[in-house]
Design a protein around this ligand. Structure first.
Ligand SMILES: Nc1ncnc2c1ncn2[C@@H]1O[C@H](COP(=O)(O)OP(=O)(O)OP(=O)(O)O)[C@@H](O)[C@H]1O
Length: 648
């Protein structure tokens, strides 16, 4: 979900409580129609590949573990006494885990609530998970309230899980056979989400902070409905659950605990754990509270055995708009999944990364995603395209310069791009273009981990994660003497190869994904790509890779103007790729592979050689049919593969 949708979700979270159930369902049905769904549409779950699923689970490990180990055991009775499935999804609707009765439905109604499947309104119509995400509210979707007929055999009750910044981090759902009584299920699922939220707060703070639980009812102090606040050593509230603010009807952020309860911080600190204490809150509510102290108030000694930084906890909601969540970098391509996993691991080690890949294949977007999912994310990612800076300026741009170091330099001096990346990531794109003189200087920085600006005698220590990228074969550049061998070995710790679009195993899904993102950002109605258009895009050679795909699809979407994309919406330069791409390359081919050659159109001039004749005909028909491969194949009486062979 992008940040706009996120904002929408929080706004709705507040509204959700006031809107009637009927309105909520009606609004959802309206959205489904806008997405182009009909009641007979087949649910689309945007299934993730194997690598995608493991990345997804790795990313949400904390949420899954907390739910499974610290919350579900308290709700054992629902699992054991009823025929239902508990589903945990991330805030985009990806199912992260399920517990309970996997087969609550007859076999012929496969419910699709399986790990990796994504439940959104856009893909699966009105449904508990998707509608809870779209509205930010807890919702029960009855049998016939599902927009798609395919889902009208079940009832789902779902509630969003929020973090302490009131951002949605996931959804919990209980789904079951539509005929089972559902009276308490929605209440139960809300209670469970509160438990998950409370446990997340406990886990984040209990080691070092004092936690206070409060309730008007002393007997309910340990229930998930109680308020929970976390205070720092000075008594400031640094975190609170949703119930705390609702119960006190007060903004608690950074308020002092002594201004909230009529008791002193010292008193709270020394009160025995687990023993209720009666207080007055804000001078008007009678409350009971209980405290929980951190296990050891003493200073925690550093653990010198831990040399490496802990694996970062990936918090998706913090991703800037131009960063793709890690698991969306690939949609079932084993090679990309593997490289993403390797790079993610190496990000936390002191080893540079070198990425090879054709232009537009997604090197930079990959690096952005890596950086923002690493422990360096709070520090800058500085991306430098070495080919885009004039050779004479590369040095000063990278290393910075002293005041008045050379004519034309700003008289304020400049700290340079390397120092700007301190504690963050430096991404040197097209490193093969770097002038030799600058290479020598960069090598020194990497060896000494210090930068000396031009015209300065002072050195500045830097801590950077270096990622370089190139679309050249750097080893060849080394042989040619255009790239320093010592620098090559310095920067190529982990060598990764990002495959070009045409070689990706997840091509079709990636195209669909990019199409979905573009449609969304253009604010257009989403129509899935027709099979014909999708096949045409999948079969394209894409010399400009994903960048070119984006540009072609953007034009096609604009041309389609809200309607589904048809082949005539595709701009001409798309076909130029096909025409321009070496007919010559295939000149050596005999007709032996063209066994399917059946000439129904023997009306052209007689050519000397049947192969040339066929080639000319296919190219001519291909142009006539505006690049439609199926029609060309039909008219020429050959297979689609033969058409591709000759137009490539
Ligand atoms: N897996 C992907 N999912 C969605 N968009 C992608 C993906 N890969 C690349 N893109 C998009 O394609 C465009 C080109 O990607 P990017 O700039 O990362 O390529 P690059 O390999 O760094 O290109 P160059 O070598 O020319 O700098 C960007 O708009 C990027 O957002």
């Amino acid at each position: 979900m992008d940040s706009d949708e996120n904002k929408k979700a929080s706004v709705f979270a507040a509204e959700g409580t006031t809107r009637s159930h009927k309105e909520l369902i009606e609004d959802s049905w309206r959205r489904c129609k806008e997405y182009g769904l009909t009641h007979n549409s087949v649910p689309q779950y945007g299934v993730l590949g194997r690598g995608g699923v493991s990345a997804l689970l790795e990313e949400h490990q904390l949420l899954v573990n907390t739910t499974q180990k610290e919350v579900l055991p308290y709700y054992d009775h629902i699992l054991s006494n009823s025929n239902c499935l508990i589903v945990l999804a991330d805030r985009r609707g990806h199912v992260l885990n399920t517990w309970g009765e996997q087969r609550f439905t007859p076999l012929e109604c496969a419910h699709g609530l399986v790990v990796g499947n994504r439940w959104t309104e856009m893909g699966a119509g009105t449904n508990a998970i998707g509608t809870a995400i779209a509205t930010g509210a807890a919702v029960q979707v009855g049998r016939d309230e599902h927009f798609l007929r395919a889902n009208r055999f079940m009832v789902g009750s779902a509630a969003p899980i929020f973090n302490t910044q009131k951002e949605m981090v996931g959804v919990l759902d209980i789904s079951s056979d539509a005929y089972l009584p559902q009276d308490h299920t929605l209440g139960m699922v809300k209670l469970m989400t509160l438990s998950v939220e409370n446990r997340l707060i406990h886990n984040a703070f209990q080691r070092e902070h004092l936690l206070i639980t409060f309730n008007t009812n002393i007997a309910a102090l340990e229930s998930p409905w109680s308020g929970l606040v976390v205070i720092d050593v000075e008594g400031r509230i640094i975190s609170a659950n949703r119930r705390a603010e609702v119960m006190l009807a007060h903004d608690l952020a950074l308020a002092n605990i002594e201004d909230i309860f009529n008791c002193k911080l010292r008193e709270l600190r020394h009160h025995p754990e687990g023993m209720p204490m009666e207080v007055s809150a804000l001078g008007k509510y009678r409350m009971h509270l209980m405290i929980k102290r951190p296990p050891q108030a003493a200073i925690i000694a550093p653990d010198y055995r831990k040399k490496e930084k802990p694996a970062p906890v990936i918090v998706e909601e913090e991703l800037p708009d131009d960063v793709i969540p890690f698991h969306e970098l690939e949609h079932g391509d084993e090679r990309v999944a593997r490289m993403a996993k390797q790079a993610n691991r190496i990000m936390e080690k002191d080893i540079p990364i070198l990425i090879h890949g054709e232009t537009g294949s997604g090197k930079e977007i990959f690096v952005r995603s890596l950086h923002y999912h690493s422990s360096r994310k709070a520090f800058p990612l500085v991306a430098v395209n070495c080919a885009a800076i004039p050779a004479e300026l590369v040095e000063s741009e990278l290393f910075g310069y002293e005041k008045g170091a050379f004519t034309g330099a700003s008289n304020k001096g400049s700290i340079g791009l390397i120092r700007k990346a301190h504690r963050g990531t430096l991404f040197l794109d097209e490193i093969g273009e770097m002038p030799l003189k600058v290479q020598a200087r960069l090598l020194r920085v990497l060896q000494e981990r210090c930068v000396t600006p031009l015209g300065s005698t002072e050195t500045f220590p830097v801590d950077i994660k270096l990622i370089s990228a190139t679309n050249r074969v750097l080893k060849e550049e080394v042989k040619r003497g255009a790239f320093r061998e010592d620098l090559y070995y310095r920067i190529s710790g982990l060598n990764l190869e990002l495959p070009p679009l045409r070689e990706r195993a997840d091509k079709a899904k990636l195209i669909e994904y990019v199409h979905g993102r573009l449609t969304r950002s253009a604010g257009e109605t989403y129509h899935p790509l027709s099979l014909d258009v999708l096949n045409m895009l999948v079969d394209h050679p894409w010399p400009g890779n994903v960048r070119q795909l984006i540009s072609i699809l953007s034009v096609a979407l604009a041309m389609a103007d809200g309607d589904p994309i048809e082949d005539w919406h595709i701009p001409d330069d798309f076909y130029d790729d096909l025409n321009g791409l070496g007919l010559a390359e295939h000149n050596g081919d005999g007709l032996s592979e063209g066994m399917d050659y059946v000439d129904h159109h023997n009306d052209g001039p007689i050519l000397r050689n049947p192969k040339e004749e066929l080639e000319a005909k296919i190219v001519r028909l291909y142009r006539e049919y505006g690049g439609n491969v199926s029609q060309t194949a039909k008219a020429a009486g050959v297979s689609r593969n033969t058409v591709y062979k000759y137009i490539r």
